[in-house]
Ligand binder design. Structure first.
Ligand SMILES: Nc1ncnc2c1ncn2[C@@H]1O[C@H](COP(=O)(O)OP(=O)(O)OP(=O)(O)O)[C@@H](O)[C@H]1O
Ligand SMILES: [Mg+2]
Length: 112
């Protein structure tokens, strides 16, 4: 299993949720976060490098999926969340060792 952690613009949340839902992926966790990337939270950088870090509101979603679905889901999110401007966000993929559905005790891929 893989965890796809994805940080992107808050105004893209509805579109990303709908795109995932259309593909049958309904399990996800959404968090409001603050962050910055290369530009240190500036929409434009004047005279070279920004001195201070400015944190901008972003959305983080976490989705755990079967290995075979990870690439498709990452591609779908990238396509949907992209505007082409700086600050569009990041996707991080990591391995998940195990998962459990609390109600039934199922584990592994059948629990996600
Ligand atoms: N290396 C990182 N580790 C953890 N979170 C990050 C990292 N880089 C970016 N983020 C998160 O992603 C958000 C969006 O980053 P952003 O898209 O500005 O990255 P960037 O590398 O500056 O790319 P761009 O040049 O397109 O702006 C940040 O606000 C932060 O929450
Ligand atoms: Mg940036």
């Amino acid at each position: 299993m893989k965890k796809i952690e994805c940080i992107f613009r808050p105004e893209k949340l509805d579109e990303v949720k709908e795109a995932l839902n259309k593909k049958g992926f309904t399990g996800l966790t959404v968090t409001d976060v603050l962050g910055c990337g290369k530009q240190k939270g500036r929409k434009e950088v004047y005279r070279g490098v920004a001195l201070h870090i400015n944190l901008l509101p972003k959305i983080k979603i976490e989705i755990v999926v079967k290995d075979e679905d990870a690439k498709d889901i990452a591609d779908l999110i990238i396509k949907t969340a992209r505007t082409g401007n700086i600050g569009d966000g990041k996707v991080f993929v990591s391995s998940i060792e195990d998962a459990y559905r609390i109600r039934t005790g199922e584990s592994g891929e059948s629990a996600v």
